[in-house]
Ligand binder design. Sequence first.
Ligand code: ARG
Ligand code: ZN
Length: 485
Amino acid sequence: MPARLIHRPSGRVARPIAVGGVIAGVVLATLAGSGAATAAPDGPGPRYAPGADGAGDPYFPLAGNGGYDVQHYDLDLDYTLPAPAPAPLEGQLTGVATIDLIATADLDRFNLDLRGLTVSSVVVDGKSMAFAHEGDELVVSPRPKLKAGQAASVVVSYGGTTTRPVDIEGELYGWVTTRDGAMVVSEPDGSSTWFPVSDHPTDKATYTFEITVPEGSVAVANGLLEGSETADGKTTWRWNAPDLMAAYLATATVGNFRLQQYTAPNGTPIIDAIDVTRQPNQYANLARTAEMLTLFEGLYGDYPFVSYGAIVDNDSVGYALETQTRSFFSGSAGLGTVAHELAHQWMGNQVSPGRWADIWLNEGWATYSEWLWTEHNGGLTAQARFDAVMTSASQAPWNTVLADPGPTGLFGTPVYTRGAALLHALRVKIGDDAFFDVAKEWVARFSGGTATTADFIALSEEISRQDLTSFFDVWAYQPPKPTSW
Ligand code: ARG
Ligand code: ZN
């Protein structure tokens, strides 16, 4: 792992502390491995080396980068929609990304992830820099070199033709061009299809967006709408997302949307974007959002972000995504899915997976939250849903190692179903009080950062005061259907 993956099992994600240009050594010493540059603790001065080309995630080795920690992305995008059919589904994207970062190592070069778009210039702290674009890695050589602890502003000008990218399983993701704009949903590593990024959840940052589209189109991003200005047939939409966010949760979806805004009982501003072609029955379930917010705040703690809302698009990537503060729905928003994506705001967004292998912590919790909502809403109980999984003819959940589903198994049924069943079994084993204390402490302790399966086990043992080794062994690490735990 590179120096940037500063994730301590005992607590929040911590930034390395620069001491006289040298990073305090304790944390770094435990994170050897993928070639990240580190400063010699007692050396005479900076020891420059290249930052790692990945964040050290075995599922996606080139996702994210090492040697720095992004603080903020300011994305200034200009998008031209595809021409009407039968013209190809291709748009034109021009971007200026201003990336504020802090070096966590002495760097003579560092990487950003960028796929399928062309870079025209890279400026670091006001000066043009040499760069190379090798595959999906943009390699920047800053001069002067960056010292550990040093802040830098990196401005990348880029652009190109947008298409319809697919993930490792062949599913649409990233900047997906549509006839009326684009659906932008990037889990797990699709952000690099629309901006230069350190594309791994361990490098969260804040975001601002200025998205210019043809007049009449609406660009919807995360956070709060700061305003929009129209001139010369184009409208610029300005969004501000001040909460730390993993790159896969960023969006800049463009379409023919009607914005509907209201305030939830807890004071959270809600901004929904409904495609103008949608019929009321395709978005009626969004009206239950406030009720769900109340339920989940009771279970997991205060809603963590500045705003919430949904995007219901006419086009489909075939799934929904919990884009931070603005969940995305393909075509229509089913009631269970509305609950699922909202629950992800705590479970997945406020606390994100430390490695993609930990995806069950997102999907298990979101699915279990769906069960809890259904019970709360007068439907089947969580116990009945658990029983149904355990007695179902489907063997799918029992052929998988939950805590290591593989890069092509991230969004398979087993992760969702077995993950939810694990949580219910844990609840029964340690009791409601301990279980819901674990849930609340999980989001409180790891808020704004990431956590792993090992962290979850440790927290469950800490709060329940039980040895849960064999419980997690049969539920998370062995494929067969658990029979006793
Ligand atoms: N996290 C999303 C959900 O369960 C699913 C994302 C699927 N992503 C993908 N690339 N297939 O709500
Ligand atoms: Zn989910």
